[in-house]
Write a protein of this length. Structure first.
Length: 270
């Protein structure tokens, strides 16, 4: 009964969770309210491929999020990053939903340092959606690209565009276009201990958002994070812990109408 009520609420308040979307992935980024367009880590394959250029070793990660604590709205993902052809390549995958309703994304990315300060990246995407009312899944291809620029040693700027061709799924009922998404922002880093990030998010079918995030070390290997974004207003927080070549991140986001969404990710340097 609770699941049905929340699904109906999603429809009435017009949150785009039941239509095709490009979902953000990574507990660290979620804790920072996804103000992540200029930040580099294992989940750059889902945010800005240009930031992959800073990664020069084999890296992998797994992720899981329980949206509003509803099993049917879970999001699972994986990423694998490796040096390739004087740059960095990345493979990524996610699946949103379960059983007869699933949205999947497959990505192949490449990034390169173009100069001492400028990096660029591109990713080819393939989306595959399965709906309860249809016997077969529907798929389509698109792409995304981004750039980063190191303005100073502490300040990095980033820009990213997803699906500039406005492609989408063609079903028996017509074409359901995915949005064009533009993200512009940057982050400032203090002495490798504190990061302040801000991002302006523009979606062709939603209201634009301003996203902000703060990350700081509590102990040598323990980091705390928090973020705020809107509209609608959304609060996020989380923690990260590093031990050797393994790191794990926890995040919690809160929606005023729908409640909490916990997420976890684990990263490995191979």
């Amino acid at each position: 009964m609770r699941t049905l009520q929340i699904l109906l609420l999603l429809l009435f308040i017009r949150i785009p969770l039941l239509a095709s979307d490009n979902y953000p992935v990574g507990a660290r980024s979620i804790a920072l309210s996804n103000a992540f367009v200029s930040v580099s880590d294992s989940w750059s394959t889902f945010h800005n491929q240009a930031t992959l250029a800073k990664i020069n070793q084999l890296t992998a990660g797994v992720f899981y999020e329980s949206r509003f604590l509803i099993d049917e709205l879970s999001l699972a993902a994986g990423t694998f990053i490796f040096p390739f052809a004087k740059g960095t390549a990345g493979l990524s995958f996610y699946q949103f939903g379960k059983a007869t309703f699933k949205e999947s994304k497959f990505g192949l990315a490449y990034s390169k340092q173009l100069s001492e300060k400028l990096s660029a990246g591109i990713q080819l995407d393939y989306f595959l959606n399965r709906f309860p009312e249809n016997e077969k899944a529907f798929g389509f291809a698109t792409f995304e690209l981004g750039v980063t620029y190191l303005l100073t040693d502490e300040l990095t700027l980033g820009a990213h565009v997803f699906n500039p061709v406005e492609n989408g799924i063609t079903t028996y009922y017509g074409k359901d276009k995915m949005p064009i998404i533009l993200r512009i922002g940057g982050h400032y880093e203090f002495l490798d201990k504190v990061i302040i990030s801000i991002e302006y998010y523009i979606n062709s079918i939603q209201k634009e958002q301003v996203r902000t995030g703060l990350e700081f070390y509590i102990l040598k290997n323990l980091v705390a994070r928090m973020g705020v974004s809107g509209t609608p207003l959304k609060y996020t927080a989380g923690f990260g812990y590093h031990f050797g070549k393994i790191s794990t991140d926890l995040a919690f986001s809160y929606h005023g109408n729908l409640g909490f969404s916990p997420s976890v990710s684990i990263q490995f340097q191979l």
